[in-house]
Design a binder for this molecule. Structure first.
Ligand SMILES: O=C(O)CCC(=O)C(=O)O
Length: 297
């Protein structure tokens, strides 16, 4: 079966996600892990979240709690080269068409005990002119049931776009009374390191805390059909044609955006700390995982 096979495309259209086991080689994963370990070591000298490093609660030089590297593709060419790797491009073009563009990337580091990510749709953070947009998730570690794997509600990408606000501010998480039904309908996205998931921008997802003794590092790329242009969000409406084109992964950037009847709600207004999904979610009250976890411990 080719990596961009018809069965995989059909599964993605039906479920809103698909996982390709063993897509990347052990050598590739080893290189990505080595770079990640170097960033974790570097974070010992950093006291506050900045443009690249997102630090978690309790971070210190002795016990680094680096939660995220922001936009690793812009920091190290290894990460830009990876998203252009033929095996990844074959799947992405099968799912999105021949012209595709990288929107952003992030490396989520969920160490032992690392926090949950509350239920959300990526679309709430970065709506586009059409929803041919997905997240590529490169598993740098085995994603297992106990280390806080991505949880996805299959088929939810064709359903409603939910409110992600709390007390009138964008918090990047769905209210608990709505998300309470999601855990029972969700499936875990597990796989060996080197496996890669592809999830639709509107699919409902979240992930629990890491209850294992092993790290769970997930490298995420936000990728769009090139005719989908951002309306709002971190990488909002573009201002520089050359910069936009520099992120083309395959094909070319068309001059005509494709505008479809997609539901859009702006990720605004923002709370005081809007440095990442982690910071946003902590400031709101939409925290199903955190509240359930607190009851269990
Ligand atoms: O790292 C995770 O478990 C999920 C992250 C996620 O959904 C996001 O960063 O948008």
């Amino acid at each position: 079966m080719s990596v961009g096979s018809e069965q995989r495309v059909a599964a993605y259209r039906r479920d809103g996600y698909v996982v390709v086991e063993g897509l990347l080689s052990d050598d590739t994963i080893a290189a990505l892990r080595a770079r990640t370990d170097a960033w974790i070591a570097q974070s010992r000298d950093i006291a506050a979240t900045d443009e690249v490093f997102e630090l978690g609660p309790g971070h210190s030089a002795e016990t680094p709690r680096l939660e995220r590297i922001k936009a690793p593709h812009a920091v190290d060419p290894l990460f830009m080269d990876l998203i252009r790797a033929p095996a990844l491009v074959e799947v992405m073009t099968a799912l999105l068409g021949p012209d595709i563009r990288l929107q952003n990337s992030k490396l989520n580091i969920k160490s032992t005990g690392g926090a949950a990510v509350e239920w959300h749709q990526d679309w709430a953070f970065y709506p586009h002119t059409n929803d041919d947009v997905l997240a590529v998730g490169v598993m740098l570690d085995d994603m297992t049931l106990d280390n806080g794997p991505l949880m996805i509600v299959p088929g939810s990408h064709t359903g409603p776009v939910y409110d992600h606000h709390s007390d009138g501010l964008f918090c990047g998480a769905i209210p608990d009374d709505v998300s309470a039904t999601f855990p029972d309908r969700a499936v875990p996205v597990t796989g060996r390191a080197g496996s890669v998931s592809f999830h639709h921008v509107r699919v409902l997802h979240g992930s629990d805390r890491n209850r294992s003794g092993r790290p769970r590092r997930l490298l995420l790329y936000e990728v769009a059909a090139a005719d989908a242009l951002p309306i709002a969000g971190g990488f909002g409406p573009f201002s520089d044609w050359a910069e936009l084109n520099s992120r083309i992964i395959a094909g070319e950037q068309p001059l005509e955006p494709r505008v479809t009847a997609v539901p859009v709600r702006l990720p605004q207004p923002l709370p005081p700390q809007a440095t990442s999904i982690f910071a946003l979610q902590q400031q709101g009250d939409n925290r199903l995982y955190a509240k359930r976890g607190a009851r269990e411990t």
